[in-house]
Design a protein around this ligand. Structure first.
Ligand code: FUL
Length: 481
């Protein structure tokens, strides 16, 4: 009898030991905030440049253009938002005011606005119309308000900063929620400035007193994401050509960076492995050579294939893409741009149609504490809250997927569980061929999402080899197409 209870007791202890909860990996700091996580998931959205420039054929209005030039002939903002939605975009950021100072809403603080234009006999409010149409089509709405204002007489002195803040109050009280606020880095130079027609220089570091302005906006909109060259929520990617570096850290030390500083493009393009803040890059690029619509650029609209390449070098490198699509003089997204956008969406849908790794068996070199919670299968289960992790002391590891039969492999998509920080420094993708592993692609960072294009190859077994990581790798998703 005694012997029997001893056996039961041992079995009981053995079972409880097996069920021991294995603690999750400690986060690698810094980690994204809740609002940054929500932003990462937006992946690609529209930028809309539209103002007097559209009608004067300029990129940077001087600030002296008459509001009467703003006269779209067939304005239909629902055509914009329906097009963007169909193209797979998740939001829209509108140039409520560009450097020329012309406001797309009837601001009570200036005469340089739609209220003095022929548009709807001065009764129109483009910001309001676009915001409403965006929401109706399920797109998040964001605001661009140029800090530089070539029209305003006070630009360069303190009263202008007051004016700028008043306009932010107008916009944020009327159009909440705003998902993103875009602060342009171009600041100061020549302009009309209320008739002064001169060059004005500002100290980019101190003039705007950004901390006060950001606090003011945060008070109205706690979840807004602030974009500027150096954050604080997201950073510029350092170019306007549509790519972040192949090595793309979401982390950077922004202490000495500020909007318009210059000379920091390379740094912004890669981030810093040991940066102290989570400030991911946003890739801003236009579907046309210019940011505004110009008829002469109709033949230069990026093709679906070019947009697809941009997608791979932005979203596919763990950044978000803000793709500018400027409406034409009718107030419509031009047919050429529409065709390109829809063609791009078709390519994405075709090339990422079926994830052949979904729910397929997976095995790993090691599993954290041998716990089923962190096992390899967590990367093919389609659940973004589960992940594979190794033990703390292991900074390398492999993850092998068995596709069940030989299939054509063209893309591998990997995601780190960034709630625990960005970790991976180098990795490769291998396929099994005649009993040997063959490298078919390699990369450095992964981050929120990494897509690797592979010369299409037949394979039944594919593995991810992590060869370097800041701490134990934590991968939540692996897809194969
Ligand atoms: C730049 C501006 O000067 C361009 O006109 C455009 O708005 C682009 C997105 O940012 O800094």
């Amino acid at each position: 009898m005694k012997k029997l209870s001893l056996i039961f007791l041992s079995i009981y202890f053995l079972l409880t030991a097996c069920q021991k909860v294995v603690s999750p990996p400690e986060p690698v700091l810094p980690v994204p905030t809740e609002r940054q996580l929500a932003w990462h998931e937006m992946e690609q959205y529209a930028f809309v440049h539209f103002t007097t420039n559209t009608f004067t054929d300029k990129e940077w209005g001087f600030g002296d253009e008459s509001p009467s030039v703003f006269n779209p002939t067939a304005m239909d903002v629902t055509q914009w938002t329906k097009t963007f939605k169909a193209a797979g975009l998740t939001g829209l950021v509108l140039t409520c005011k560009h450097h020329d100072g012309f406001c797309l809403w009837p601001s009570e603080f200036t005469e340089h606005s739609v209220k003095n234009s022929p548009y709807k006999d001065g009764k129109g409010n483009v910001v309001d119309e676009v915001e409403k149409a965006s929401r109706a089509d399920g797109l998040k709405f964001g605001v661009y308000l140029s800090p530089w204002d070539r029209n305003h007489a006070d630009y360069g002195s303190p009263p202008y900063v007051e004016y700028y803040r008043n306009q932010l109050k107008e916009l944020f009280t009327a159009h909440a929620p705003v998902f993103e606020m875009w602060f342009d880095g171009a600041n100061g130079g020549d302009g009309y400035y209320g008739g002064a027609n001169e060059k004005r220089k500002i100290d980019g570091k101190t003039y705007y007193d950004w901390p006060t302005t950001l606090e003011l906006i945060r008070g109205m909109e706690p979840n807004v994401i602030f974009f500027s060259d150096a954050g604080p929520d997201i950073r510029w990617c350092g170019n306007e050509r549509g790519f972040v570096n192949e090595t793309n850290w979401n982390t950077i030390t922004a202490d000495t960076l500020y909007a318009g500083k210059g000379g920091i493009e390379k740094l912004l393009n890669t981030g810093e492995e040991n940066g102290i803040s989570w400030i991911p890059a946003e890739v801003d690029v236009s579907i046309r050579p210019g940011w505004f619509y110009h008829e002469k650029e109709d033949s230069l609209v990026k093709t679906p294939e070019q947009l697809f390449d941009i997608y791979l070098s932005s979203v596919g490198r763990g950044s978000n893409l803000i793709l500018n699509i400027p409406p034409d003089r009718r107030g419509l997204v031009n047919e050429i741009d529409v065709a390109s956008l829809l063609g791009w969406k078709k390519l994405i849908d075709e090339r990422f149609a079926i994830n052949i790794a979904l729910n397929k068996p997976a095995k790993a070199s090691t599993v954290r504490g041998n716990s089923p919670v962190y096992e390899a299968l967590m990367v093919t289960d389609g659940n973004k809250e589960t992940y594979w992790a190794t033990n703390d002391q292991e900074q390398t590891g492999t993850l092998e997927i068995d596709l069940g039969e030989s299939k054509l492999v063209s893309y591998v998509l990997v995601q780190e569980y960034i709630k625990l920080g960005q970790r991976v420094k180098s990795f490769s993708v291998e396929i099994e061929k005649d009993g040997k592993w063959l490298e078919v692609a390699k990369g450095t960072t992964i981050g929120y999402k990494r897509i690797l294009r592979i010369d299409p190859v037949e394979a039944q077994k594919v593995r991810l080899v992590i060869s370097g990581s800041k701490a134990c790798p934590v991968i939540h998703n692996l897809e194969i197409y």
